[in-house]
Design a binder for this molecule. Structure first.
Ligand code: SF4
Ligand code: SF4
Length: 195
């Protein structure tokens, strides 16, 4: 669950129309109108990505009238279905999906099972990617792909293929080569879900 207290707002007279903010917004809340950026406050999660890339101080931060509270709705989704999707995605349902919002993979898997089909939709329905906006994207992509969704990056987003995790890419040779890194113990956690 996340409580968003702030939202971004554009100062039109400072906006040069460069569109950089559009390309870094995790909810696609920004669009260009007459060459000026405009933010849809309803879906702004206050992450400040737009603020960070704007070189002309055209983005400011305002306190919301009412905080925006977002919590993953997992009602009605069975534990078995969540586990099955997580297994397919090679993720553990109890591992962190988004540490900034303290959301677990199983919660996001439930939202995928309830019909979310894009990374942005998952963000809006769970609040993930409202903090660092980077780490949790990989897990979102894994879950959506495991559910059979073909993912298309929004324009100008630099998406990378999902990174290796303990479950699918670390060979036994490597595990034995680095005994001090507790790889065997980590892998055991995944084996328990796998069995
Ligand atoms: S990054 Fe700044 S200048 Fe560029 S479009 Fe966005 S608000 Fe305008
Ligand atoms: S603060 Fe984040 S979510 Fe809000 S408009 Fe800027 S980039 Fe998008």
């Amino acid at each position: 669950m996340v409580t968003i207290k702030y939202r971004a707002e554009i100062i039109p007279e400072n906006c040069t129309g460069c569109q950089k903010c559009v390309w870094v917004c995790p909810t696609q809340a920004i669009e260009m109108k007459d060459n000026i950026a405009v933010i849809n406050a309803d879906i702004c999660l206050g992450c400040r990505n737009c603020h960070g890339v704007c070189t002309t101080d055209a983005v400011t931060r305002l306190e919301r009238d009412e905080p925006l509270v977002i919590k993953a709705d997992i009602e009605g989704v069975s534990k078995e279905d969540i586990e099955a999707l997580c297994k397919k995605a090679h993720l553990h349902p109890r591992q962190w999906h988004c540490m900034c919002t303290q959301t677990r993979v199983g919660e996001v898997a439930a939202v995928v099972l309830k019909g979310a089909t894009t990374v942005e939709e998952l963000t809006l329905k769970t609040g993930i990617r409202s903090g660092c906006t980077a780490y949790c994207q990989m897990m979102s992509m894994r879950l959506l792909e495991a559910a059979g969704h073909e993912l298309t990056p929004p324009p100008k987003w630099g998406w990378y293929p999902t990174t290796a995790n303990m479950w699918d890419n670390v060979s036994q040779d490597v595990i034995e080569q680095y005994p001090g890194y507790f790889l065997e113990e980590d892998k055991d956690v995944f084996r328990k879900v796998e069995s």
